[in-house]
Design a protein around this ligand. Structure first.
Ligand code: URA
Length: 475
């Protein structure tokens, strides 16, 4: 029996080096014992070979994609599971990872998903408190991750808060960022983190003011935020009280926002029909559309993008300046924000279909700039003709409306977005749906705290789409 010790629990390189050496000498998985942590006693057994002389392994890309999150899982068997997989891949089972029903593959997939979810929760539910340290401002957060995700999550926080000084303390280790350098330190105790700061009260007031009773879903909140995350949130103390009042506030909101009467859709203007029953046919029909005046000033209609069998369709408002020029949906600033939020919610954009409620860019020229103008109800109604055909061809299991225009096109609801936001509902034709904000709303928020809070809410609402249809998850 050989014992391999991996000193740092998420050290994929150390695992790879050891595994390469073991494969090279033909050490079967059942002859290897994997341990983690620093060496505390002399271990007896056969020596572990040095990988230096071992030939490189040629491993499918999927193995790397799985190993990267799985190594961060807290399960002590993860090294043995990865090594067994590697061994099988090297011994004739090259297609093992293509079999999602194989117990080993299923277990690794589940572990990878758990690590991704834990990292998502860390990015969504971590709360910084402001302190003075060495005469300068520093933001400190306490978090209790379920898995060894600290190093994996570091790039997210560095990217988001690059210009700030911050520390993230966890029982396993800590990150300290000084607006340019990252230090990784030892694990800490909860008492090492500040309990309350001056921002906290403002944050709670903001949370209470923006809390939407109609979207409150205690079961989902509990599933998304197990106690370990929950107890560290400053707003947690408010939730029971806000939830108690939720049913009455929801009834009042629904009564106040009676649905607007539905207008009949005008017949399409004359045009050359494209090949029926296909997205390509729909595209050529839309290119000839004269049902509203927006086609005139726009460069081109911008059509949806994504796999035709995507289980989830995301619907935005209308193309912006860059989309109009590029002829592609969500490629400008709002698109970049959407991409980031989708990634934070663990959603793979390549697995969803993204389109708009209105297919042409509506704008006003000011100087050299083309300034976005919101489409009016007539334009939304006119384009609904196309959105409904697009949805009929795609037949998604879920549609996500990004913002009020999309919500109106999909549901006919003309009231405030907050009455619909963040809870499962049904659009026209009984299509399951979710409503969230449009990413450009975040771009317009001037206040940094409000922007951060709303961004997290947006990501949490996108995560609901992934919870309802897990096939759109990354990985
Ligand atoms: N906003 C949208 O709603 N759609 C786009 O394609 C770009 C910005």
């Amino acid at each position: 029996m050989r014992t391999v010790r991996i000193a740092r629990p998420d050290d994929l390189d150390a695992f790879r080096r050891a595994a390469r050496g073991l494969i090279a000498i033909g050490a079967a998985p059942e002859t290897v014992s994997w341990q983690e942590g620093e060496e505390i006693a002399l271990l007896f057994g056969d020596p572990v070979p040095d990988d230096a002389a071992a030939p490189p392994l040629s491993v499918p890309k999927r193995f790397h994609a799985l190993a990267e999150p799985v190594i961060c899982h807290r399960d002590p068997e993860r090294f043995a599971l990865l090594y067994t997989t590697l061994w099988q891949l090297e011994h004739g089972r090259r297609t093992l990872l293509q079999d999602p029903t194989h117990p080993l593959v299923r277990r690794l997939e589940r572990m990878a998903g758990a690590v991704d979810r834990d990292e998502h929760r860390m990015t969504a539910f971590l709360r910084f408190r402001r302190i003075e340290s060495d005469g300068a401002e520093r933001f400190v957060a306490w978090f209790e991750p379920e898995h060894h995700i600290l190093r994996r999550a570091a790039p997210f926080f560095i990217g988001r808060f690059a210009a700030m000084r911050w520390s993230i303390l966890t029982p396993d280790g800590s990150l300290h960022w000084d607006a340019g350098t990252l230090d990784i330190g030892a694990g800490m105790r909860r008492d090492d983190a500040p309990d309350e700061d001056a921002l906290e009260e403002a944050w709670r007031r903001y949370y209470a003011a923006t809390f939407n009773p109609a979207r409150a879903n205690p079961a989902m909140m509990r599933a998304e935020m197990p106690k370990r995350y929950w107890r560290n949130l400053p707003e947690a103390v408010l939730i029971p009280e806000l939830l108690d009042g939720a049913p009455a506030r929801t009834r009042a909101m629904i009564a106040a926002s009676a649905e607007a009467p539905r207008k009949a859709i005008p017949a399409p203007g004359p045009h050359e029909p494209g090949p029926a029953g296909t997205l390509a046919g729909l595209a050529s029909d839309i290119a000839a559309c004269r049902r509203c005046p927006l086609h005139g000033p726009a460069t081109q209609p911008v059509l949806g993008e994504g796999p035709p069998d995507a289980p989830v369709v995301f619907v935005g408002e209308q193309p912006g300046d860059q989309e109009d020029l590029a002829g592609r949906v969500f490629v400008g600033p709002a698109g970049q924000l959407l991409d980031r939020a989708l990634a934070e919610a663990g959603i793979d954009r390549a697995r969803i279909y993204v389109t708009n409620a209105v297919k042409h860019f509506k704008y006003q020229v000011r100087g050299k700039r083309r300034i976005h103008q919101r489409p009016d109800s007539g334009e939304v109604e006119a384009c609904r003709w196309w959105v409904e055909r697009e949805l009929a061809l795609l037949r998604p299991r879920l549609a996500v409306a990004l913002g009020a225009t999309a919500a109106r096109a999909l549901s006919g609801h003309t009231g405030s977005l907050s009455a619909l936001r963040g809870r499962p509902l049904r659009f026209r034709d009984d299509l399951p749906g979710l409503v969230t904000i449009h990413p450009s709303y975040l771009l317009r928020l001037p206040d940094e705290i409000a922007r951060e809070v709303e961004h997290r809410r947006f990501v949490a609402e996108l995560s609901q789409a992934a919870a309802l249809v897990p096939e759109i998850r990354r990985g």
